[in-house]
Design a binder for this molecule. Structure first.
Ligand code: CAA
Length: 260
């Protein structure tokens, strides 16, 4: 059943909720879905209001590309009417960037699995949005680029940790400092994306993946994701203990529905 929850006005976003699957579409195709503070705050607002029945969140882009990253007009003296990028000289700078990051960070919540469906370019903040998702499926025309260092910026929209975790420190350093393009075949070989499909098949492949992710019961999926998310920070002994604790918690909470 479609939900009435709408994306915030003027954020350049669309939101469709169909049963357990929510689809967020970056919707400023004439600007290649370039990003603004309103868009980042809009993403955060969607995360805040997401109905509890949503199990999978798909993030995609309208038009020729997933996202060209930050709207570069924000760095010009003219700026963009109605949009303000807080300056590093402003005492609120840190809080402002944290509010932009909030639009990305909720995509890792254990109650949902997020999928970035990437086609065309995913540059800078767009690449980081794809990295913020749990899974990435891309079209064979996808190109990823961490452009920030070439512009005198560090990537600061939560992308550095997942990038290092996915490709390792040396490759992450090389990808960031060269700011080079990574095509779909290389992204697949590096483990940046889980699957590459012909561009025409992207939506269908993501829909099939979303359906597959919903086959496990919601409580089981959540507990499993929570367990896996904690694994990198734990020793084998700690993780093994966490498995026992999670099994006990899950089965006790399931009562009659436990397979025991
Ligand atoms: N900001 C503002 N406008 C953008 C834009 C951006 N990031 N990217 C594209 N556009 C606009 C273009 O200016 C153009 O507008 P007009 O039609 O008015 O001329 C329109 O979108 C279409 O662009 P192209 O003709 O260039 O489209 P393309 O499909 O041939 O190329 C592209 C796509 C490779 C993404 C290219 O547009 C491009 O290189 N864009 C800039 C990418 C960039 O450097 N982004 C900043 C990344 S750093 C970052 O994101 C930092 C952060 O998070 C804080």
């Amino acid at each position: 059943m479609a939900s009435s929850l709408a994306a915030p006005e003027g954020a350049g976003l669309k939101l469709d909720i169909d049963g357990p699957v929510a689809t967020i579409t970056l919707h400023r195709p004439e600007r290649r879905n370039a990003m603004t503070p309103s868009l980042w705050r809009g993403l955060a607002a969607i995360g805040d209001d997401l109905p509890p029945e949503v199990r999978v969140v798909v993030v995609r882009g309208d038009g020729p590309s997933f996202s060209a990253g930050i709207d570069l007009r924000l760095f010009t003296p003219e700026g963009i009417p109605g949009e303000e990028l807080t300056s590093p000289s402003d005492p609120d700078f840190e809080d402002a960037v944290a509010s932009y990051q909030a639009g990305y960070l909720w995509l890792r919540r254990p109650e949902i699995v997020s999928i970035a469906a990437v086609h065309g370019y995913a540059i800078g903040g767009g690449f980081q949005l794809a990295l913020a998702c749990d899974l990435r499926v891309c079209a064979d025309d996808a190109i990823f680029c961490m452009k920030e260092p070439a512009l005198g910026l560090v990537p600061d929209l939560t992308g550095t940790k997942p990038l290092v975790e996915l490709v390792g420190l040396p490759r992450a350093l090389e990808i960031c400092l060269t700011a080079r393009n990574i095509d779909a075949a290389e992204a697949s070989a590096l483990g940046l994306v889980q699957r590459v499909v012909p561009a025409a098949d992207l939506d269908a492949a993501v829909a099939a993946l979303a359906a597959g992710l919903c086959t496990a019961a919601a409580d089981t999926a959540r507990a499993t994701k929570e367990l896996l998310l904690g694994a990198p920070g734990r020793s084998l002994a700690e993780q093994s203990a966490a498995e026992i604790a999670m099994q006990a918690r899950l089965q006790r909470s399931r009562g009659e529905d436990s397979p025991w």
